[in-house]
Design a protein around this ligand. Sequence first.
Ligand code: 5AD
Ligand code: SF4
Length: 506
Amino acid sequence: MKKELPVIETPKQKTKEKDYSKYFQTTYQPPSLKDAKRRGKEKVQFHKDFSIPDDLNGLGKGKKFMIRTYGCQMNEHDTEVMAGLLVDMGFESTNETEEADIILLNTCAIRENAENKVFGEIGHLKPLKLEKPGLILGVCGCMSQEESVVNKILQKHQHIDLIFGTHNIHRLPHLIKNAIFGKEMVIEVWSKEGDIVENLPRVRKGNIKGWVNIMYGCDKFCTYCIVPYTRGKERSRHPEDIIEEVRHLARNGYKEITLLGQNVNAYGKDLDGMEYGLGNLMDEIRKIDIPRVRFTTSHPRDFDDHLIEVLAKGGNLVEHIHLPVQHGSSDVLKLMARKYTREHYLELVDKIKKQIPNAVFTTDIIVGFPNETEEQFEETLSLVKEVEYDMAFTFIYSPRDGTPAAKMEDNVPMEVKKERLHRLNDVMNEIFLKKNLELKGEIVEVLVEGESRKNPDVLTGHTRTNKVVHFHGAKSLIGELVNVQITDPKTWSMGGELVETAEVSR
Ligand code: 5AD
Ligand code: SF4
């Protein structure tokens, strides 16, 4: 199956009027970060009656699919939806690359190394495609929203059959049909977000913990971040749809749910005619009979008092707060357009600690933002010492095409950035270990999730505060909440012993 490839110019040379549509069988919709940046005033429409057209049902009979997921929980969530759509079309899931008739790469664009991994995988899959021309190779997720990525695939990776964007997921059945029956590459990437489509089928990974998406998109436009461009404007699902999904998971025996969104604290701001925020939603969800409820990811700016008040009620609302700070210097935070200062952030942490004394904080931090000085970096070090995070994700700043920060001149050499990351991690690891040592001898509640990857004789799970705990126990405990006494705290995990009946101390 040879594809007719257009002669593509690089994005810089590309003229606005250039129309590639004649080269593609479906309407070729080139992604545009510029269009993706626009925030229209149009109301989001809700579609609740999704179904796969009859002529596409059964298209996958006797065929298998595989989806590789990169990046964040939102991608894991989207993978579950795509798997649901494919299963409803009659496809079967497989973990064996060689067996698959469809392979989808659900990609992440957050940093350059995430993109490099995907391009590596695209290259690895080429021999398989040559051997098996009927194989459909698709690229979706955040990278497909970037025009530079689509152009690169067009120029260098002609063995890809299908590219579709984050707003086009519900169109997957049609796109698969076009890819199977057409001769040319199928590309459909809407730069402007679509409406909210409810009732999409879903194949969830596991039956213990479930993702529940509460909103799509992000309007924060932090200057380093590509997400507002790849995921579109903030759109909240209706509370009744979310609550129904949580109830459904509870009825099906799930023990933990995580409410998902790129900026969950903005939940509800776009819902017409109602004063309803994340606090209201959590207050309703806490009454549902499911043992644990988490949410991610928070933006400190919109973390309001009502939410803190509701979280302080405890119960199934766990005392773990992931609160990305990104940097410890108010000057850098300003350049990042985070819209809070170091002092505001610390005040918020203090306020939460006062109302939820056993709250555990985790965070995301970027080092090496353009022109970060040694003094500014040291402010990050002093902030992490002050907050005493229990865990953190730390990153070297990665310029993302089309974002304001990517246009900033940068005088910090990569060697210095690497050394700063190293120093930050050293400081943080010491704090993580100190915090875990405080738990020695304590009895914690653990949700048993499975066998440890390193040792199948050991069970593994998480505490309410999201710490990993390993212990010996019967396999029948998988999916249960058990009490474990911590005996061997380490930096990133803790060893413990199962205790039969005991008061949980944490
Ligand atoms: N470079 C490095 N890290 C980034 N993040 C987002 N964009 C970038 C970037 N361009 C980090 C932030 C965010 C986390 C998901 O990824 O810390 O919270
Ligand atoms: Fe990116 Fe999060 Fe900022 Fe949104 S709030 S732009 S997702 S870092």
